[in-house]
Design a protein around this ligand. Structure first.
Ligand SMILES: C[S@@+](CC[C@H](N)C(=O)[O-])C[C@H]1O[C@@H](n2cnc3c(N)ncnc32)[C@H](O)[C@@H]1O
Length: 356
């Protein structure tokens, strides 16, 4: 069987014939075989294994090799494609170094500390977001940001507005979405929150992309003053106008190991948040929420557990158990008040904390 790297295909997007031939030279699939197994949907962008290729409408397909139309079902969904592309492209860079990361953790000493993540072994020490936000990776950064929107659907948190009473949050100040990317969270919540507004904070290259390519809803909300994007490093002091606001960290803290996660939380604690909401994965086999009948089922924990390895590989971060979340919050002078498991998710919950 020919060896094919689907990630490479996806990542190349609409690549040209020259790049294609270079790719074919790299893998052991000959051009003829490639042309014969390729097919499915010529008109659609590339999706493999064996998916389609955007620029092959003039290719003759002769083979009756069994194909995988099911995997092409969502090929028209750019956000879904971006998510797959992220998993297969950046994931493929980091994951092969995971065994080395683990073994170096076991042999680490003061003079030879373990690398922070598998990705940092690949990148020669550069942290993931530093690499992603570098000018040469603008396209990968854009893919990442779109992928974050795609993840909201792929990972099934569409019921978020129903699983936490966001409407009960105060409206006087914008809700601060720390590390909010290009606006995934307000996209999900604003349709059900006519009186609230969001301040979405992220690093400069991301905010630039948020301003450059807002979709129609975001454009309208920006014009109405319901979403503002602002450059804010989550490790730097927050501006005075967010004193006492509600802060949300969605899929943020799992990017960080304990010391860095604590630094972020301590920084927010200085603003005396009205509430701190962590929307993240919570690893525990069964948990009954305080005031709803929702349960995290055992099976929803599989993705949360798997993502622990993804976080370790890319960022040196981790997914946390309930005990770890409680401990982290306590050390940052917060108290975990309630947990709202997200019903249709892959193990996420809203963890509601207040200042201790
Ligand atoms: C996993 S993504 C989550 C994005 C968004 N919260 C969501 O759920 O779709 C993490 C985000 O943190 C941002 N980020 C990374 N380092 C940051 C920093 N030092 N300050 C603020 N944001 C940061 C990244 O640019 C990225 O948008």
């Amino acid at each position: 069987m020919a060896k094919i790297f689907p990630a490479r295909f996806l990542s190349l997007g609409g690549f040209n014939e020259f790049e294609l031939l270079a790719f074919l030279a790299e893998c052991s699939l000959g051009e003829n075989l490639f042309r014969s197994v390729l097919p499915i949907q010529y008109s659609k962008p590339l999706f493999f294994l064996f998916g389609s290729y955007s620029d092959c409408s003039n290719w003759e397909v002769t083979s009756n090799v069994p194909l995988h139309p099911a995997s092409a079902t969502l090929v028209d969904d750019a956000e879904f494609r971006a998510h797959l592309d992220l998993v297969m492209h950046e994931g493929r860079m980091a994951i092969p170094f995971f065994p080395e990361l683990v073994s170096r953790r076991f042999t680490a000493s003061e003079s030879l500390p373990a690398p922070p993540s598998a990705f940092s072994i690949y990148s020669d020490g550069q942290p993931f977001y530093e690499w992603l936000h570098s000018p040469s990776q603008t396209d990968r950064n854009l893919n990442f940001n779109i992928a974050m929107r795609g993840m909201a659907n792929t990972e099934g948190i569409a019921f978020l507005p129903m699983d936490y009473p966001f409407h009960s949050l105060p409206t006087e100040k914008p809700i601060v979405d720390v590390g909010g990317g290009i606006g995934t969270l307000p996209m999900l919540l604003l349709p059900t929150l006519p009186r609230h507004s969001f301040l979405v904070q992220d690093l400069e290259p991301v905010v630039k992309q948020a301003h450059a390519a807002p979709n129609d809803s975001i454009k309208q909300w920006m014009a109405e003053g319901k979403i503002k994007f602002s450059v804010q490093d989550c490790f730097s002091p927050q501006p005075p106008e967010v004193d006492g606001a509600v802060f949300i960290l969605k899929n943020m803290i799992h990017n960080y190991s304990e010391p860095k996660a604590l630094e972020i939380l301590h920084n927010l604690r200085r603003k005396n948040p009205f509430k701190l909401l962590l929307i993240d994965r919570l690893v525990i086999p069964q948990i009954q929420s305080v005031d709803s009948s929702a349960r995290l089922s055992g099976s929803s924990q599989r993705a949360a557990t798997m993502y622990d390895l993804v976080m370790a590989s890319l960022h040196g971060g981790k997914n946390r158990t309930l005990e770890e979340w409680e401990n982290l919050l306590q050390r940052a002078d917060f108290r975990l008040e309630k947990i709202y498991p997200l019903r249709a998710s892959t193990g996420q919950a809203v963890m509601e904390a207040i200042c201790a």
